[in-house]
Design a protein around this ligand. Sequence first.
Ligand code: ZN
Length: 450
Amino acid sequence: MKRRLLIALGSATWTLPLLAKPDDPRLVAVRVWPARDYTRVTLESDKPLQARHFLTPDGPNRLVLDIEGLDLSPQLKELVAKTQPDDPNIAGVRVGQYLPRVVRIVFDLRQPIAPQVFTLKPVAAYQHRLVLDLYPKQPAADDPLLALIEEREREDARQSARESSSPPTSKAESSPSANVASAAAISPATQPEPPKPTPAPLPRLPRHGRMERLVVVALDAGHGGEDPGAIGPTGLREKDVVLAVARMLRERLEEVPGLRVLMTRDGDYFVPLQERVRKARKVGADLFVSIHADAFMRPQARGASVFVLSDGAATSAAARWMAQRENAADAVGGLNVGAVKDRVVLQTLLDMSTTAQIEDSLKLGADVLGQLGKVGRLHKPRVEQAGFAVLKAPDIPSILVETAFISNPEEEAKLRDSAYRRRLVDAMARGLLRYLARRPALRRDVKPST
Ligand SMILES: [Zn+2]
């Protein structure tokens, strides 16, 4: 099979003349986004591309893509160089003029792949895009999401073993009635720490202690891949800054015994907003923290802000504007609308955002905002609310932190500075741990969803 393909490619390349027509599409860019979850290849052109693809039926795993009306341009040849040797899904790429007006791209795959091939209309700075998403048929054995789910299951088993041998009071505490709703019913902490009979209360400064049970914090680095997020005056990209900050925060939080972090993305690739929420729910995350560093309408705007979901109108025009900006990430990043699984079901679920979730999120937001105010300027002295799609997990307290405005030259410089990032991360960690320490009734009995 390999020989035949190569021969076809080789002979076509030298025997057939190139017959480009003036109205043929012209390739403007080729991009590859390798990640463990999936590798994306984007071909951007000035007109829509017509393409067919097939997986080779036997022999080594290969994906063949034939594109009509395209020449073997330098951009297309770049695709070979742009494939990384450590790409988890693509082992190699070959490009050739297969027929007079057909370019053939052969992807040698590292494993069986379920490809999604789709086109996107021009949006933001992009022209037409032909996208190939190469999803492994089997997730990697060392997938961090799976590892966390397994750890959580073991923890739940231990927990129920403990409960079955302890007095009924403790049983009642983690019964289904002690879910998010009742957690939210507890009045805002006017008294510092309500006495709890069993088990041992969470330490007041959890960084010196241990979580009473496994706590999972979902850290969501905004944007990624085709979606750079906002870009600062000297070119710093939001997607890079927020990933660096999220990784630093993960390191900081995982110093706390009994605390685990799930990163919704741990690389430079596109993750749809609903997928971020789905990953967090899958591991039964206790908190969801989306990290951003956006531009604003005015370059003078500065300071950190914290947002939570609103169940009605946004608390300010600026909050609404910010939510619209963030919600556009799927269009820019390139969502394959046709392939979103159980789209309607998931959307319905995500629209069930409860008052309880918002109440908890406001408390979490206030804790984080309070700490951020100690290390730098705040944009607004209170937690703001708007319809952010990524904050819609109905059962997980969720906040979106705008760490700074990358559009402000001074703040862009701060975001580049690792000492400033460290202070930022310490403040966020303190806020999150404060919230966790004060809210032992947080334990959700919602099982990790599938
Ligand atoms: Zn953002």
